[in-house]
Design a protein around this ligand. Structure first.
Ligand code: ADP
Ligand code: MG
Length: 256
C-alpha cells in the first residue's frame, strides 16, 4: 500500500514528575488511501498515543507523520477523530452536535444543513435530530459521533475503540454500519481496538502492537472475503494466529 497516512520512525516518551514512560518506539506505518487498518494490542501498548499523534493532538518525541504526503504539524482538515466516549456536547441536540465541526470549518449554512441531513439519514439518526445526548443509547451516541466526524468530508477517520463501551449486539450492528459507510465514502480508516474479533471483522490490514515500549510486533493482511463470518474457518484460524501474536507468553492475561 502506498501511504495516505505514513508514520516514519515515530517515538513518544512522556515525561512526568515520577519519571518517564516510553509509550512508542520506532513506529513505521503505511496506511494506504481507502484502506481499513486496525491497530490491535493490549492495554498500555501505545495505541491511543499513536492515534493522538496522527490526529495532530499530541506531538511525537521523534519521527514524523505524513498525511497525503504533507508533514503534520497540528490537526489536519483531512482527518476526523471518533473517541470511545463520543465527546458530544450534552447541551446541544443531535442536529447541533452533528453540525458543529462544519461551522468551525467555515461551511455555509445551507451546505451545513444539506450535509447534516444526508449524514443523519445515513447513520439512522433522522428520527432523533432534536434529542439530547443523554436521551440516546450508547450506540446512538456513537452514531452521532461518526456522523459528526464525517461532516467535514475527511479523507481519513481516526477511531479509538469507538465501540469499546457497547454491548456485543450493538457493537456488531455498528461494525456492519461502519463498513457500509466506509465502502460508500471510500475514506481511509485507522481503527484502534483490543478485540481480535473486531479487528478480523473490520480490517484490510491488522497492525499488532506489543507493550513496554509500544512497538509494532506484526503486520497481517486480511484477505477474507466480505461480509466476514466470525464462525467461518478462515476467520477462526486468523483469530487464533493473532491470539498467539498478541500474547506470545502471557496467555490468559486480561485484554483492554
Ligand atoms: P493504549 O491506548 O494502547 O492502552 P496509551 O497510548 O494510552 O496505550 O498508553 C501508552 C503508555 O503511555 C502507558 O504506559 C500510559 O500510561 C502512558 N501514557 C499515556 N498517556 C500519557 C500521558 N498523557 N502522560 C503520561 N503517560 C501517558
Ligand atoms: Mg487506548
Amino acid at each position: 500500500m502506498s501511504g495516505f497516512v505514513s508514520c516514519l520512525g515515530l517515538g513518544k516518551t512522556y515525561e512526568s514528575g515520577s519519571g518517564s514512560v516510553e509509550a512508542l518506539r520506532s513506529i513505521d506505518l503505511e496506511c494506504g488511501a481507502g484502506a481499513f487498518v486496525c491497530l490491535l494490542g493490549l492495554s498500555g501498548c501505545g495505541k491511543s498515543t499513536l492515534l493522538q499523534i496522527v490526529a495532530g493532538l499530541e506531538a511525537p518525541t521523534t519521527g514524523s507523520v505524513l498525511i497525503g504526503g504533507r508533514e503534520l504539524d497540528g490537526p489536519s482538515p483531512l482527518t476526523s477523530v471518533v473517541f470511545q466516549d463520543h465527546g458530544l456536547f450534552p447541551w446541544m441536540t443531535v442536529r447541533k452536535n452533528v453540525a458543529f465541526n462544519m461551522k468551525a470549518a467555515g461551511v455555509s449554512a445551507a451546505e451545513r444543513e444539506a450535509r447534516a441531513a444526508g449524514l443523519l439519514a445515513m447513520t439512522g439518526l433522522d428520527g432523533f435530530v432534536d434529542r439530547y445526548p443523554h436521551e440516546l443509547s450508547g450506540g446512538m451516541r456513537q452514531r452521532v459521533g461518526i456522523a459528526r466526524a464525517l461532516t467535514t468530508r475527511p479523507k481519513a477517520l481516526l477511531m479509538d475503540e469507538p465501540f469499546g463501551a457497547l454491548d456485543a449486539q450493538t457493537r456488531g450492528h455498528l461494525q456492519e454500519e461502519l463498513l457500509r459507510i466506509w465502502e460508500s465514502q471510500r475514506t481511509t480508516v485507522l481503527f484502534v481496538t483490543h478485540s481480535i474479533d473486531e479487528a478480523v471483522f473490520l480490517a484490510d490490514r491488522i497492525v499488532v502492537f506489543s507493550p513496554r515500549p509500544g512497538r509494532i510486533s506484526a503486520v497481517v493482511d486480511v484477505d477474507l472475503p466480505r461480509p466476514r463470518d466470525p464462525e467461518g474457518a478462515g476467520f477462526m484460524a486468523l483469530s487464533k494466529e493473532l491470539r498467539h501474536k498478541l500474547v506470545p507468553d502471557l496467555h490468559g492475561a486480561p485484554l483492554g
